[in-house]
Each structure stands twice: as C-alpha cells, then as structure tokens.
Design a protein around this ligand. Structure first.
Ligand code: FO1
Length: 307
C-alpha cells in the first residue's frame, strides 16, 4: 500500500501520478484540511476536493474546481452585493451543499469524504488528516486573515509575519490515518507546501511521530526548484514561518526527521551534498509535472526510490 501526504494543487498531481503508475486500489491519500473554510454557510474543503476531483478525472484544467463548470450562482450572489472572490462553480457547489448537509446531520468529515469518494467513483481512499476543524490563520502587518482570504482574495501579496493553525493542537488524526501510515509499504510526501500543507498534516498530534517511525519507507518530493516554488507562494509561507533559505536542501532539512529519501530536480544537483549531510538520500530527476505523462513518470521514480 502507498500512502501519500498531500495538499491541494501540487499534491494532487503527485497523488494522481501515483494512481496512474500504481493504480488506485492500494493508494491512500491523507489530505490537509487547514485550508478549509466556511463560505455562504457552506463547509468548503479545497484540498480534499482537489484530490477527489483529480482522482475521479473531473478536475478542471486549472487544477481546482470541477471541469467545465459554470459560475451562475456566484454571479447571482455578486448581483446581490455578496463577496464573490472565491470561485465556487455551480457543479462544485453541489459538493459543498451535500457535505454541509451531511455534517449538519451528524456525519464526521471522514464519513463525508468517503461518501463523496464513492459517488465520484474514486477507488483510492482519501482521508482528511483530522475530523476536527483546523484552520490556518495568516498574520501580516495589516492583521490576521483566514487562509483562503490571504491566498485567493488578497492574492498572497503581503509578507507574512506569522502562521498558526487554529485547532491543530487539539485535533485527533482521522480514523484510518495512523493505521495507514503504520501499514504502508511506501509513504510519499507530495510536493506541497512544507508549512501550510504537509506541515499542518504532520502537526496533527501523533502524525509526525507515526511517519518518523516509518522513516526508512518515506520519500519526499521537493516543491522547490532552483530556489523558487514550483507553484504557489511557497517562499512567502517559508519566510512567514521563519525560514530564510528557500531551497531543495532546506526542504530536506524540514523533513529530515520523517523522510530517508528526498527527490529533487536534476538542475539542483549542487544541493545533493548538503542533503546527504542531513542524513537524507537525494534522488535527482525531472520533478515538474506539466501533464499526465510527467506525473506518471515522476511517480515511477518516487515509487522506485525506496527499495
Ligand atoms: N483558487 C484560486 O486561486 N481561486 C479561486 O477562486 C479558487 C476557488 C476554489 C474553489 C473550490 C476549491 O476546491 C478550490 C478553489 N481554489 C481556488 C483553490 C484553493 O483555494 C487553493 O489552491 C488551495 O487551497 C491550496 O491548496
């Protein structure tokens, strides 16, 4: 069984690649929920939905939301003066309405995700990191805001002064999370943000220790190439968390206690010695995933990286 720890857009590409290379039957994705939020009274879980839609083959080309969606409801809300900065498509809204109704009916988030998974025809198991609400809060010089407000509404423009994950210290791993980590033949840390995606998953009490206990079977994939993020404002999150270096080596250092092997881009060859010095084995390949073939190819390298 392969277990992947994943955030949203970058993470889902790796999860999809593993599904293409290995199949979905023995695949478990453990997904960040710190990006979740409430919009128009609906519980929205971007990273879970991105992974589900990607595995179901219905994700939009841009990497989030449902393919070929329309935005008539959002346009209508804007007409009434409502905030329309978060692109909730009409088909996507069905997911948020169904999830919210299930939660209001007493279901746990992990039960909802499994219900969505079955109805979307996804064979892989998709687990939220926790059933307990965790909310990433970003602080800048102008104040605090929720994760999606910082990223989407405000375009991640301001420097971050601090990041905290509300509810994380009291969150319990969702059912199946620790069991999957303990039973995995391979654990893949996807190229998502080490701070606001993977860092949040590893921050759920008990998860970092569980992954560290399997360190020999853990392979990480760098989200940084040539000192810059492959996608998203990863540098801002790193600086906000107090890191001054943005490099593949720095990523390996953040994960050194939990992963024995780290896959970096071939152009970052000069970083390999520094990664080895951390006690982490570097593997060099092309880690960019512009298309389906590249995802599958990288997944094969990642799967082959741990003997
Ligand atoms: N990302 C955007 O940049 N703009 C959006 O309007 C937007 C809407 C959206 C709706 C549903 C969903 O599941 C994801 C959505 N995302 C959007 C992506 C998401 O906010 C981020 O990529 C993740 O939170 C980062 O992991």
């Amino acid at each position: 069984m392969i277990v992947a720890l994943a955030g949203g857009t970058g993470g889902s590409k790796m999860v999809h690649g593993i599904a293409l290379a290995h199949g979905q039957r023995d695949l478990v994705a453990i997904v960040n929920t710190g990006d979740d939020g409430d919009l128009f009274g609906l519980l929205v879980c971007p990273d879970l939905d991105i992974n589900l839609y990607c595995l179901a083959g219905v994700v939009a080309e841009r990497g989030w939301g449902y393919a070929d969606d329309t935005f008539r409801c959002l346009e209508g809300l804007a007409t009434y003066g409502r905030d329309a900065w978060f692109g909730l498509g009409d088909r996507d809204l069905a997911t948020h309405i169904h999830r919210t109704l299930m939660i209001q009916g007493g279901a746990r988030l992990s039960e909802v995700v499994d219900d969505l998974r079955v109805h979307l025809g996804v064979e892989a198991r998709v687990l939220p990191m926790s059933d307990d609400p965790v909310r990433t809060i970003i602080a800048t010089a102008t104040g605090e805001r929720r994760f999606q407000e910082y990223l989407v509404r405000d375009g991640a423009r301001e420097e971050i002064t601090s990041i905290r994950a509300e509810g994380l210290a009291d969150a319990a791993p969702a059912p199946g999370v620790l069991e999957a980590i303990a039973a995995a033949d391979l654990i893949v840390i996807a190229p998502s943000s080490p701070i606001v995606s993977i860092g949040t998953i590893l921050g759920v009490p008990g998860v970092r220790d569980a992954v560290a206990a399997r360190r020999d079977r853990v392979v990480g994939v760098s989200p940084i190439v040539g000192g810059a993020a492959v996608e998203g404002p990863a540098e801002k999150f790193l600086r906000g968390a107090g890191y001054t270096e943005c490099s593949a080596r720095q990523m390996a250092e953040i994960y050194a206690d939990v992963c024995s092997t780290f896959v970096i881009h071939e152009s970052d060859e000069a970083e390999a010695a520094g990664i080895e010095a951390l006690g982490v084995r570097p593997v060099l390949t092309d880690i960019l995933m512009p298309d389906r073939a590249a995802r599958e190819r990288l997944a094969r390298v990642v799967i082959g990286a741990v003997g």
